[in-house]
Design a protein around this ligand. Sequence first.
Ligand code: GMT
Length: 378
Amino acid sequence: MKIGIVCYPTFGGSGVVATELGLELSKRGHEIHFITYSQPVRLELISNNVHFHEVNVPEYPLFHYQPYELALSSKLVDMVKLHEIDVLHVHYAIPHAYAAYMAKKMLHEEGINLPIVTTLHGTDITLVGSHPFYKSAVAFSINKSDAVTSVSQSLKDDTIRLFDITNEIQVVPNFIDFSKYSDEFKDCQREMMASNNEKIITHISNFRPVKRIKDVINTFFQIQKEIPSKLMMVGEGPEKESAELLCEKLGIEDKVLFFGKSHEIDKILCFSDLFLLPSETESFGLAALEAMASGVPVISSNSGGIPEVNKHGVSGYLSAVGDTKEMVHHALSILRDDSLLAMFKENAKAEARQFDIHKIVPFYESIYNKAMTNCISI
Ligand code: GMT
């Protein structure tokens, strides 16, 4: 198949999932065309089977807001015609599903049928998409897609609750490529990060308010009072500066390392003992799954789709959003007992196995085939 993929090219989970999906599909013999405003961060390999087409929005002084959807839909039409793309998979509803519908409509005028598969990722539904300013357009684009998938049952339920949905939504969970989390990194450079008696705790996110960064710092603050430990903070975003200030205020700045955006999260996770994800809302929690695949137990909130990934008492523990007292209690119970920690590490890895990329990608292939056969009229 020739598959067009539209996504955000940044470090966010939806872009990572879209990129890894495209790369795996290319290994399975499909021709992949990424169409976005810059090369996706995890897309290192451009080959015969993997292409990248950049969407440019020319600056014009009249425009207060640059019309990205317009440029994207035009580019989609051009690329579909030029490369004879069979199916378009758009990740994140806003504005991708909307631009895809416009492209489909333009192509229809020329006698070309373009099936559209839309994957809902989370904030496109729970935080942004349901805003009254966007709601009608998001519901319309979901209902007009030939197939719609969501990354968790929780997100599917939220979508049905928040929008007037007439289309079927299929749950296809996010996945992990285990070849990137092999044991070869075990104990890599751990000694550079912490001494032997210290435990390493990690948080990875885009540092947006929804991630509750203060809960991460406060939880760590209590943990390090009881157990010698270090905190690795990976990522960039609006809450990073206030997090650094809070560490200074609490007097733990020498125990907390801020890495910024990193291409080497597998290496950071390989020496981590515990992962913290206290998010306000999280449709899936790809960062938690990546931690688990590296054998790192997860202390998280129980919001959204996280319980579908992190299993309470098995791969880590879940607590109510904001209950940092309980998170500290759970973290200490695991970190104080080395044999328990080893068991949780093994469990985390085993739980992650159900999200193996090789199990999940065939679902998308069959969705593409079905969408191509049943391509809805517009
Ligand atoms: O977490 C973010 O803020 C980034 C966001 C995105 O769209 O890139 O992540 C969402 O999609 C990920 C991939 O499907 C999910 O793992 C995240 O849980 C989801 N984030 C939220 O729901 C807050």
